[in-house]
Design a protein around this ligand. Structure first.
Ligand code: NDP
Ligand code: MG
Length: 391
């Protein structure tokens, strides 16, 4: 039978490498079209060779000579820059992993949908910044978007065979992140190294720090609203330190369907890769008797102000998700650079949303991708101003 053509955007990252791990176990079944990365040229070239990819693309224009040299004699094409990423998204593929980090992942995924492909969406920023546009684009071209974020994959799986009209609530879980045992008063002094260690999941640096601040969960609340098309009031987040239940769906007969699995992204990636089938996956099996206890508690609003900001964003809609994400990315850059403290990130995001809502344009929906990217740029500049005014 014909091989499945797959492309991986963000192949050198944490999600990308987990995706490659699954595909490399069964190379007979796949034809690898495009692999993309940014700065990690050695990894990109090594994987492109190993998987016999058609093309390897780095987002960094200046690294093209290095990529060319690393691919010398391999038969893999080399390309670089934003336009090359979009061209790679135009190359026919049956399944495309969207795992670039940040708003940079939006345009390539958006482009891929035009070809009616299946887009496995790890890049949550796409839904936060441009959810309605992205979902409409998929409908327009008959493309399929499958969630890869573990909570959303869990909800998606709990909904198989169910009628959305019977769904009353969607609950996503949060580990509490690397600083969950710190006294709240000490959080202001946390460094990137403190916040960059996760108790349960092994992920990229940015999302790990977003877990500690719960900006990640805030993004995921918005992601849930956009992907499943449910009102904000139906969506909850609960702290669950074990990270074994990823999400629960509550139905109108009182039933709660929970999805449990080991904290290994290869489960959600593999589910999206083989959907609608289930296939054997090389992840650990849970021993419930040994786990013994599953705990839950409500997230503290003062410890995690990001959650309340997300509620306001869900209510406002329009361009606020885009502003929220852009300001969060800039605030995270500022924290990583040592310019602002851990607890200042939410202040920067709130202040940016406030500054941009003065003329009421925030609630107006973006008309297209260009509008989103323009709003993203304005919000980044505003957030930078907010940081400058504090240092
Ligand atoms: P990583 O930081 O590990 O990887 C990011 C990838 O994007 C790398 O391939 C990187 O290239 C590439 N990249 C970075 N900047 C750019 C840019 N400007 N343009 C194009 N490519 C770029 O991130 P993760 O794998 O952790 O996360 C990827 C996405 O998946 C994020 O949206 C995240 O929120 C989401 N996600 C991640 C989970 C996880 O377990 N890690 C769980 C759920 C969702 P290079 O490394 O070569 O510079
Ligand atoms: Mg998640």
């Amino acid at each position: 039978s014909a091989k499945r053509r797959v492309s991986i955007f963000g192949a050198t990252g944490s999600i990308g490498q987990n995706t490659i791990d699954l595909i490399a176990r069964d190379l007979e079944a796949y034809e690898v079209v495009a692999l993309t990365g940014a700065r990690n040229i050695a990894q990109l070239a090594a994987d492109a060779r190993r998987l016999s990819a058609r093309i390897a693309v780095t987002a960094e224009e200046g690294l093209l000579p290095e990529l060319r040299a690393a691919l010398e004699g391999s038969g893999v094409q080399a390309a670089a820059g934003e336009a090359a990423l979009l061209e790679a998204a135009d190359m026919p593929a049956d399944w495309i992993m969207s795992a670039i980090v940040g708003a940079a992942g939006l345009a390539p995924g958006f482009r891929a949908l035009r070809h009616g492909t299946t887009l496995a969406l790890a890049n949550k920023e796409s839904l936060v910044t441009a959810g309605p546009l992205l979902m409409a684009e998929a409908r327009k071209y008959g493309a399929t978007i499958l969630p890869v974020d573990s909570e959303h994959s869990a909800v998606f799986q709990a909904l198989v065979g169910e009628d959305m009209a019977t769904v009353e609530r969607i609950i996503i879980t949060a580990s509490g992140g690397g600083l969950r045992d710190w006294p709240e008063s000490a959080l202001a002094t946390a460094t990137p190294a403190d916040a960059g260690a996760h108790p349960n999941w092994d992920m990229g640096q940015r999302i790990t720090i977003d877990s500690a601040s719960m900006f990640n969960k805030a993004m995921e609340l918005i992601e849930t609203k956009e992907f499943f098309g449910v009102p904000a009031a139906m969506i909850e987040a609960v702290v669950h330190p074990q990270s074994l239940i990823h999400a629960l769906v509550g139905f109108n007969d009182g039933a709660l369907m929970a999805h449990l699995g080991p904290p290994d992204m290869r489960h959600a990636i593999g589910y999206a890769l083989h959907h609608p089938d289930r296939t054997h996956l090389p992840v650990a099996r849970l021993d419930l008797a040994q786990i013994a206890t599953l705990e839950f508690h409500a997230p503290s609003p003062t410890r995690y102000p990001a959650l309340q900001i997300a509620r306001e964003v869900m209510e406002t809609g329009g361009k606020s998700g885009c502003v929220f994400n852009a300001a969060k990315e800039i605030a995270l850059d500022g924290f990583l650079a040592g310019q602002i403290g851990f607890m200042d990130m939410s202040g920067i995001v709130s202040a940016t949303l406030d500054a941009m809502s003065s003329d009421n344009s925030l609630s107006i929906a973006p008309v297209g991708l260009e509008d989103v990217l323009q709003t993203d740029q304005i919000a980044r500049d505003m957030a930078l101003d907010q940081i400058r005014s504090r240092i």
